[in-house]
Design a protein around this ligand. Structure first.
Ligand code: MN
Length: 644
């Protein structure tokens, strides 16, 4: 939830709610609910729509978890209001519904219902883990923001870094974040003009590209249309006016569908043909690009085949026999995919009445990947194992309802996420990581070929970027390049589809990369490698006060991961002394510069606090002190090293 959205109807920040008396909370609830009732009577069962949407995709799945998550979330948020005046619970419920329509599993939906509890209510992560288990807790923690009061200016960067790292373990973290933002965009009307512009801008710059990299078209379309609505309302109106005032359009497209089906049948191809209207943002983008005075939109259909890749080419033949293709408009994103998830054939033909018509051709499998990207495995989980199929053959009546099997955690397949995690490893701190990530998301991407590999790079990337993408050693030793067979300067800007060859020096005394490269490289990979080599570490980490803050933030983060917080600074000062640092600042800077890890410091801190608490308690003589699990016991070594 956005900090600004998190104000109660009276203007009191929600975060203060934990300290409110029960009476205040109840009064507020009593005052606010009647308003709600006048507008729309609450349905008898508030989760009906959610369960219905979930069962539409996963028919047999158990919903006890969802009901329980709703009850807890409703109780915790009770008394909190959205800016719109609606009870706060309407937001997590709507986010869960968006995810249910997307086809996400029950764990994700439960986490969505609870996604703002830890951030905005007195519910703690530890409680949530105890009530709902580690998976739901991991997802909620991944989307929980760091407190600005505690982390200051770094809160945002640390929050984003935490989210990406959490997504590395479980991609569903990012999917919840996207649905959260979509609902906030859908309810942006209630916000001030300044907030609307800020949130819509941030959505366009970060969340839409993120959605694109994850390949979730179904969400991206909605996000983009909302962005357009708030950033350019007049154009939105104009496109809306055009789309809704085209009397013959629907009949024309329906006719195309019928003719298309006939063409498939003649070639004995199994498949469906559907209208595929462009969304407003896509019409707007094409119109802008062409500099056209009127919105540009062509009739469009999609052909979805039951078969395999070759059937797409057979269908292409069928389409081109039905209607004349327009030269230069055919694109084969099957042989050369646009990115890792988008595969289709695109062609433009001359349809009835000499009207240009766009046709997309893909298999069912490709269609799923296009629409749902990384979430396709959740929407279409692997069918039952062979064993259970065998059982159902023997006893077809008594088969258990089909369980949704969550796919294995496979972030390895998500090329973008894997790259983001690599960047996280290479970046010296959260702020630099997030900056790199922002650049990566902001750039248009081009695709080039080198050494038999297909590489995605930011637009304007150079042969040096290609070299670093092929490997750090290749980058460090690259001396020349050819582009499409022609010798080309190392700083030349590449374009989509270029074939690049990198020539490397094998000389023993090769001097390595050149400082000037930093002036033109675009890819995060090359930027990080070169800046690490040529920039002084002190400069990279910022001023002393920056580093102090960074050290403090890192320790705070490590504490929070363990569900702990620092009561007072004295503990940390004592620990710095015990570890032979001249003062606390020196320790904080050592943490900021990665000379000692925040985790190590926090482990020792916790051990020292727990030891002290233990010592303070004087157990009755004949009672054995409670036995702890081995895992709970602080390692002997760390406690002796603390001995003063
Ligand atoms: Mn939220």
């Amino acid at each position: 939830m956005d900090a600004e959205a998190a104000t109660v109807a009276t203007g009191i920040p929600v975060t203060g709610r934990a300290g409110e008396s029960m009476l205040t909370t109840r009064l507020r609830a009593m005052l606010s609910w009647p308003n709600m009732r006048e507008r729309a009577p609450a349905p008898a069962d508030p989760v009906t729509a959610l369960i219905k949407a979930h069962h539409q995709v996963h028919s047999g799945s158990d919903v006890a978890l969802l009901r329980r998550a709703y009850l807890v979330a409703e109780r915790m948020h009770r008394g909190q209001m959205r800016k719109s005046g609606d009870p706060y619970i309407t937001h997590p419920l709507a986010v869960a519904e968006i995810l249910a329509h997307l086809g996400m599993d029950g764990t994700t939906l439960a986490a969505a219902l609870l996604h703002d509890t830890v951030e905005d209510t007195s519910y703690t992560l530890a409680q949530l883990r105890a009530d709902f288990g580690p998976d739901v807790a991991h997802l909620v923690d991944g989307v929980t923001k760091f407190d600005k009061a505690h982390f200051g200016a770094r809160a945002e960067a640390e929050t984003i870094r935490k989210m990406i790292v959490a997504a590395g373990q479980d991609i569903r973290v990012l999917v919840i974040k996207l649905a959260d933002r979509l609902h906030n965009m859908q309810t942006l009307d209630a916000r001030s003009a300044a907030s609307r512009a800020r949130i819509a801008g941030a959505t366009r710059e970060v969340l839409v590209p993120l959605c694109d990299r994850l390949g979730i078209q179904a969400l991206k379309r909605e996000l983009e249309d909302k962005v357009l609505l708030f950033l350019d309302p007049e154009e939105y109106e104009r496109i809306d006016g055009m789309v809704s005032n085209r009397p013959d359009w629907n009949d024309y497209v329906q006719n195309l569908v019928t003719l298309g089906r006939g063409a498939l049948r003649r070639e004995k191809l199994d498949g469906r043909v559907k209208p595929r209207p462009r969304h407003y943002y896509s019409i707007w983008k094409d119109t802008q690009q062409a500099g056209s005075p009127v919105p540009m939109d062509l009739p469009r259909i999609v052909v979805i085949l039951e078969g395999d890749d070759p059937d797409c080419y057979a269908a292409l033949c069928a389409v081109h026999q039905q209607w004349k293709p327009i030269p230069g408009r055919f694109k084969d994103f099957i042989a050369a995919p646009k990115n890792n998830l988008y595969r289709s054939l695109h062609t433009t033909v001359l349809g009835p009445g000499d009207q240009m018509v766009e046709v997309l051709i893909r298999t069912e499998q490709m269609h799923r990947a296009v629409e749902y990207g990384v979430v396709a495995p959740f929407r279409y989980p692997a069918r039952q194992s062979r064993r259970s199929t065998a059982l159902s053959l023997f006893n077809p009546v008594r088969t258990a309802p089909r369980e949704v099997v969550p796919p294995p955690r496979q972030h390895g397949e998500h090329a973008w996420l894997r790259r983001a995690l690599d960047l996280e490893q290479a970046a010296p701190d959260a702020v630099q990581f997030v900056e790199t990530l922002r650049c990566d998301l902001a750039e248009q991407q081009i695709q080039v070929f080198a050494w038999g590999r297909q590489l995605l790079l930011p637009a304007g990337a150079s042969p040096v970027d290609v070299a670093y993408e092929l490997g750090t050693r290749t980058g460090d030793r690259c001396v020349a390049a050819t582009v499409n067979g022609v010798l080309t300067p190392l700083n030349a800007a590449l374009t989509d589809g270029d074939v690049v060859d990198i020539l490397v020096s094998r000389a023993r005394n090769h001097p390595g990369p050149r400082r000037e490269w930093l002036e033109f490289v675009k890819s995060p990979n090359a930027r990080l490698r070169l800046s690490r080599r040529f920039t002084e570490p002190e400069v990279a980490a910022g001023t002393v006060s920056d580093r102090l803050q960074l050290g403090r933030a890192a320790i705070g983060l490590a504490l929070r991961r363990r569900d702990r917080a620092l009561a007072d600074e004295q503990r940390l000062i004592s620990l710095a002394q015990a570890l032979d640092y001249p003062d606390l600042d020196t320790l904080l800077i050592a943490v900021a510069e990665h000379r000692v890890s925040a985790d190590t410091i926090v482990d020792q801190l916790i051990a020292s606090v727990d030891n002290q608490n233990e010592a303070a308690r004087t157990p009755p003589v004949n009672v054995v002190p409670p036995r702890r699990d081995a895992a709970d016991t602080p390692p002997r070594r760390s406690s002796t090293s603390l001995a003063r």
